[in-house]
Design a protein around this ligand. Structure first.
Ligand code: NAP
Length: 486
């Protein structure tokens, strides 16, 4: 309790069913010595708790805890009637709770549960479910948004984390966090410290603008750290969360926007499918066939952008002596998602000759065709490096070759590098790849993927917070700090 209080919790939950045998003997002392308001819970094993003996003792402990001054008593809806009979003088607020550890609930199912909670005069309604797919959290967020009574509604596990960290934005009565990492009482809880410092829980209200990164997986993403820090430092309103989405990304985006989300970053593997969610697509993003940014406009329509290509081209042009790709000869290694963005970006900025080369030739050829064959050629990597003398102004690596942990690899043989070109590597972990090290040693100008990553985030920030300049120096520092901590 003291740790929770020190980390900023307003109240603590005492889980009687989690106490050891010796602690259980002193449960009254634990309740009586509370230093902050408490919820006392004694969860039955049939509702996911650890209490294994008889129900009568379990509920009697709760009734006694109320007499000892607990501010809240949490009772399973299924025990509501029995508990009502044991209660002498109600003094605590009654939380009636319903848990489902195997799946989620639909909105009509939640409505039925809530009307039962009303019958038993619950002061607070609590519903906790286990989502099996990303869209399972939608009825939970609807339950919060539409609640007439004080309500706690949450989805457990990583898929449901947003229901915990953004609970205040949806009007939840409270949210649960663990005192310290590793002491979670339910899957998906974050620590009190992370909730308050990283997610700025104290500042989140129902008017807070919500953003998030959609991908699968997303827990490794640096975007939440980058955007939350940037919003805080510039005073831009908002909370940015992790949104792991397994399937049906277009429907997910539309549903979450209906629930008030203002924008999303989109990452692997959803950059292509996300296009189907939006009403307007930026023309270059349409040609690339992928978006990494969604903006909900004031009229409610959704717009999709690809800030990857803008970011990469800005970073490259910034490092070129004449600050322009106009008329340049460009080599693009790789034809995946990043490759498409870089190749289209180079043409959009006026490159006159573009060669795409990729390990799987058919992918390079397909991209070259999409780009317009008169200016682009696709062929396999091996054949290419045997024959080509790399007479380009700009070489862009968009493959994952050289990325951590394979830091000893490089997509271009060292002897092929000469001092003339600018070499850009989309990889940003490590910051200086083997390719960049060897290019620098050969006298080339080098540009790291870090510049692309920071600039694509800055461009998103401009789209979501018009009129607020993104703190680029800080953004770069956040990414560097995160990379060092990995
Ligand atoms: P992707 O769609 O999966 O494409 C991967 C590309 O790398 C394909 O061209 C693939 O060739 C090639 N490749 C993978 N392993 C290879 C190998 N051993 N030898 C030769 N080619 C290989 O991934 P992506 O989204 O384009 O991302 C690619 C890289 O760009 C990643 O390192 C990612 O971190 C980076 N990136 C950076 C930023 C940034 O902001 N800096 C943004 C996006 C991506 P095949 O077609 O033959 O498989």
């Amino acid at each position: 309790m003291r740790v929770a209080q020190a980390e900023g919790a307003d109240l603590a939950e005492i889980r009687i069913d989690h106490l050891s045998e010796s602690e259980l003997a002193h449960w009254r002392d634990i309740v009586s010595s509370k230093s902050i308001p408490i919820i006392v819970t004694n969860r039955a094993s049939w509702e996911g708790g650890h209490w294994r003996t008889d129900d009568e003792t379990r509920l009697n402990i709760l009734a006694d805890a109320e007499q000892l001054g607990a501010e809240y008593i949490d009772v399973e809806l299924a025990s509501a009637q029995k508990f009502a009979q044991l209660r002498s003088t109600p003094s605590a607020k009654l939380i009636l709770s319903h848990h489902n550890f195997s799946h989620s609930l639909t909105t009509p199912e939640i409505d039925v549960i809530r009307s039962k909670m009303r019958q038993y005069n619950a002061d607070v309604h609590k519903i906790a479910v286990m989502p099996t797919t990303a869209r399972d959290i939608v009825p939970i967020l609807i339950a919060l948004r539409s609640a007439r009574e004080p309500t706690i509604a949450l989805a457990m596990g990583a898929l449901g984390q947003v229901t915990r960290v953004a609970a205040a934005a949806f009007g939840a009565h409270l949210t649960f966090a663990c005192a310290r990492a590793g002491s979670e009482s339910a899957p998906g809880q974050v620590s009190t410290k992370r909730l308050s410092t990283f997610f700025g829980f104290r500042f989140v209200t129902p008017t807070t603008r919500l953003f998030g990164i959609i991908g699968y997986p997303v827990e490794h993403s640096m975007s939440p750290a980058l955007h939350n820090t940037s919003m805080r430092i510039t005073g831009a309103d908002g909370l940015y969360v992790y949104l792991p989405v397994d399937t049906d990304v277009a429907t997910y985006i539309r549903e979450m926007c209906d629930l008030g989300f203002c924008g999303f970053s989109v990452t692997i593997p959803h950059k292509l499918d996300a296009i189907n969610a939006v009403d307007h697509v930026d023309p270059t993003a349409r040609r690339i066939g992928a978006i990494n940014t969604v903006v909900r406009r004031s009229d409610g329509s959704l717009a999709g952008y690809n800030t990857d290509w803008v970011a990469a081209m800005d970073a490259i042009e910034h490092a070129l002596p004449d600050r322009s790709l106009l008329g340049k000869r460009v080599l693009c290694i790789g034809a995946g998602g990043a490759g498409r963005a870089l190749a289209f970006g180079a043409l959009a900025r006026g490159a006159t000759h573009l060669l795409v080369v990729n390990r799987s030739p058919q992918r390079a050829v397909a991209l070259a065709e999409d780009l317009g064959v008169d200016r682009a050629v696709g062929m396999s990597l091996d054949h290419f490096f045997e024959a080509d003398n790399l007479d380009y102004d700009v070489i862009m690596n968009s493959t994952s070759v050289g990325m951590h942990p394979n830091v000893g690899e490089t997509p271009i043989p060292r002897e092929k590098l000469r001092s003339k070109p600018l070499v850009f590597d989309a990889v940003y972990n490590p910051l200086e790849t083997r390719l960049l090290k060897e290019a620098k040693a050969a006298g080339c100008v080098i540009v790291s993927g870090l510049e692309m990553f920071v600039r694509q985030a800055a461009e998103q920030f401009r789209l979501w917070h018009p009129g607020v300049e993104p703190p680029i120096v800080l953004m770069r520092q956040v990414v560097l700090d995160n990379l060092r901590a990995k």
